[in-house]
Design a protein around this ligand. Structure first.
Ligand code: NI
Length: 139
């Protein structure tokens, strides 16, 4: 772990009250822990918003009806096209017709957005979500 540094923060009384309530609700032992997590969260989100060539990690979740044959072939073909950024995938049968797939990805931000878009626009995909995370090296 990196060396811890202390710094002073000036903050409006009302905002601090709300932050303390947040700290308590989220189960943090103190303000510092909560603030560190908020900073990390913002840094990860900021990196993704730049849509750069930076390397990140994440997961794509898709919900679809497996009865549509072409749809399943499309989903598999697209995943093969992006095999270099897909670490693993897990298929879950939610009910008789609905499938959930979690595709764990690692690679350039632009490639991961491209993959998520290609999966999302397939007819029959009911929901697609890209969980944006980090390789954790810089935070
Ligand atoms: Ni299934």
């Amino acid at each position: 772990m990196d060396e811890l540094k202390r710094f002073g923060v000036s903050i409006e009384k009302n905002l601090l009250k709300k932050f303390d309530s947040y700290v308590k609700k989220r189960g943090y032992a103190n303000r510092s822990g909560a603030l560190r997590d908020l900073i990390r969260k913002e840094l990860v989100e900021s990196q993704w918003s730049e849509k750069s060539d930076a390397e990140v990690a994440g997961a794509i979740i898709i919900i679809y009806d497996h009865h549509r044959r072409e749809l399943v072939d499309n989903i598999i073909n697209i995943q093969h096209d992006y095999h270099k950024v897909i670490i693993s995938s897990q298929h879950v049968h939610l009910d008789h017709s609905t499938c959930l797939e979690v595709i764990v990805v690692k690679g350039k931000i632009t490639d991961l957005f491209e993959l998520e878009t290609k999966l999302r626009v397939i007819k029959g995909v009911k929901h697609a979500l890209l969980a944006k995370s980090t390789l954790g090296r810089e935070i």
